[in-house]
Design a protein around this ligand. Structure first.
Ligand SMILES: Cc1ncc(COP(=O)(O)O)c(C=O)c1O
Length: 391
């Protein structure tokens, strides 16, 4: 570690997703199924309206919690989701992506040594945000045999006097699992029993298939006042680069989050907030088209990979990720991902990048064209048969 670098910064684990991308960058003709964002460009009318907003003067700092017009729209949207009143003044904060909402909420609630229970495999940034806030992530493994569902009894075993919150992510990156109402009810019971908070990352709430319904844990009895809902415009509206997200939180937590936001970044970008207003005001037709397209790609990828020797997978219920089982290959996920990259020219993410419980799996993103998905499957199939000698 360099003498000027803090222990805190050095202690944050590096992303294995980035590692794969950095290697892939120097290569030609690579099919990238490692990407964690929509391949679509933001719908044109959202871009245009935000530019008009900028020309009309929306180029200044906004309220630290975001434009009230946007907070009102977010409150309305959340009310429909949880069937309860949401106060746009005191319970909503617009942030720099969901990541902004996650980091501010952790900074607002964690005292040094507080434990946050989270499932594994997990999106690795949860660990970083928790550590940065001085907390201790405590992981609970989830299993393919349970459809990667986080079980209340497994959580209960990990609860200690230091437990502050349970972090849930449904629909889930990387497994694509969507938690059922019954599952959430069991967790909610625990949360009330042990007087805990829930941080509920719902950024993939709209990206669900086969009639699956996303349920927010905040909609369950007595849970709104114990839940930080994290959401974002990134995935639903293909707006990752705009960096705009939000949290819907109990007012006692919103206030410190606004104070923290004021001192760290002031506010989310005004132009992006204008774009978010347009996104929420307009019809969801284009969003639905994108979801239909992910759905076709999802089926194509699953059908394709099921034919590849050593691979097994089921249709994910949500997100644009597939967590494929590669245990039969008898090699580490990192080794397989590296082989696929360097010898088959396909980028995937090793399951171990999502924690030890992810070992034996590869994460595929199907936010890529049908042609590229077909090409990737052909390359993987050929590679596995030729190089690993499987059939
Ligand atoms: C589960 C999860 N939460 C949050 C984010 C970050 O979203 P945003 O772009 O809004 O910061 C991602 C992005 O990949 C994600 O997968």
């Amino acid at each position: 570690m360099h003498k000027f670098v803090s222990e805190r910064a050095a202690g944050i684990p590096a992303s294995s997703i980035r590692k794969m991308f950095n290697i892939a960058q120097g290569m030609e003709d690579v099919v990238n199924l490692g990407i964690g964002e929509p391949d679509f460009t933001t719908p044109g009318h959202i871009i245009e309206e935000s530019m008009l907003g900028a020309k009309a003067g929306a180029t200044h700092y906004t309220h630290n919690a975001g434009y009230i017009e946007l907070r009102k729209l977010i409150a309305k949207e959340t009310e429909e989701l949880i069937n309860q009143f949401v106060d746009p003044e005191n319970e909503v904060i617009v942030t720099i992506g969901a990541m902004g909402a996650l980091s501010l909420s952790m900074l607002a609630v964690i005292n040094p040594g507080d434990e946050i229970i989270v499932q594994e495999p997990l999106w690795s940034n949860y660990v970083s945000h928790c550590l940065l806030a001085g907390g201790q992530p405590v992981t609970v493994p989830v299993y393919e045999d349970d459809d990667f569902n986080l079980k209340a009894e497994e959580i209960e075993r990990k609860i200690t006097a230091r437990t502050k919150a349970i972090l849930i992510n449904s629909p889930c990156n990387p497994t694509g699992a969507v938690m059922s109402r019954e599952n959430l009810e069991d967790i909610a019971e625990l949360v009330r029993k042990y007087d805990l908070l829930v941080i509920s990352d719902e950024v993939y709430d709209r990206i669900v298939y086969d009639g699956t319904k996303h349920v927010s844990i905040a909609s369950l009895p007595g849970m709104k006042e114990r839940t930080v809902i994290i959401n974002s415009f990134s995935k639903t509206y293909a707006m990752t680069g705009w960096r705009v997200g939000y949290a819907v939180v109990p007012s006692e937590i919103q206030k410190p989050m606004v104070k923290l936001q004021e001192s760290i970044v002031a506010c989310a970008p005004s132009i992006s907030q204008k774009a978010a207003i347009t996104a929420l005001q307009s019809s969801r037709e284009q969003v639905q088209e994108m979801i239909n397209s992910y759905d076709r790609r999802r089926k194509l990828l699953v059908e394709g990979l099921q034919q590849v020797p050593g691979f097994s997978c089921k249709l994910p219920k949500g997100t644009f990720y597939l967590f494929a089982n590669i245990k039969q290959l008898g090699r580490s996920s990192e080794e397989v991902a590296m082989d696929l990259l360097t010898k088959a020219r396909v980028v995937t993410v090793p399951g171990s990048g999502f924690g030890q419980a992810g070992e034996g799996y590869l994460r595929f993103s199907f936010a890529n064209s049908e042609d590229n998905i077909k090409k990737a499957v052909e390359r993987i199939d050929k590679f596995v048969r030729q190089e690993y000698g499987l059939s």
